[in-house]
Design a protein. Sequence first.
Length: 138
Amino acid sequence: MKIPFLLIFLSFLTSPLFAQELRTGSHDLRIQWIEFNNAKPGTVEVTSIGKGKYKIKGEQRDPTRNEYVTIQGTVEVAERKLLFDGKIVSRIESINEGKPCERVGPQVFRATGTRKYWRLFEKLNCDGITTDYIDIFF
């Protein structure tokens, strides 16, 4: 019986031998739409729950508008990636008719090149046309 390469690769990425440490405590969280309004970055709190897994919860809000991004779930570190499972909700007045965009389930954040943050890999907003840059800083 053949096992697909992708399954082998994913099991390798999440194996204890490949797991890496993530700094616990506060990390900056940003979505570019709120950043453009000169709002302060949000924060996420990272807490170890054992065996290379971490709980993550946080938000960024624009204090002058009802715009935000929230994140809650678990992550595992794999090289320069965060393997996230949980819920991310963003609401920007001028995007998706002002309705919240919910991303639920597994997502990947990647740090590429010399970036000092992980960026959500699936950037497409729920409206199907807008690109959201949601970043978690080291």
